[in-house]
Design a binder for this molecule. Sequence first.
Ligand code: SAM
Length: 190
Amino acid sequence: QYRCRSAFKLLEIDEKYGILRPGYSVLDCGASPGAWSQVAVRKVNAAGTDPECPRGTVVGVDLLHIAPLDGAHFLPCRDVTDPATHAELRGHLPGGRADVILSDMAPNACGLKELDHERLVTLCLSLLDLADQVLKPGGCMVCKCWDGALTSKLQQRLLSVFNNVKTVKPKASRKESSESYFLARHFKKT
Ligand code: SAM
């Protein structure tokens, strides 16, 4: 039982692109209420459920409270754009590094489409600083975006640090929603 229907979007992305593997370290940004972390814990074997497979790590962070989840380590009441949070996150990842950064983050929508879009793009851009700190070379990132004037600028910025950037619109996203996800793979940091 997932905490939220959003789980099906990540399941769909993972089924198609195979981004979560046993033993991987995953950072889940905007993790509350925890459905993506539930998927990640299962896929990377973070609870050690499958003794035959390497055991991974899931660290989740959110401005809000997150109910505990076996196999995940949550940092609630944190702003992911705050450099102090970056340092703290590193401390919870093995070797201070993640294989995958997930972000289903969204600001509280004010209803003004362009303004909401700009605020979400700003959040996504801050993930590039985070990636610089924690993402392994070759690692990947998934981040939610709402369509708007800055979408292609964000895509360009992602392409400057990842070798491969795709736009993914999971079937589980409501048809009328302007939401899509960037899947950025092969982080170029050396
Ligand atoms: N993926 C989650 C799941 O499956 O349970 C749902 C995430 S929900 C759509 C978006 C979350 O992003 C909210 O809980 C919100 O508090 C969080 N968020 C927004 N801005 C944030 C920030 N600056 N730092 C951390 N979390 C943030």
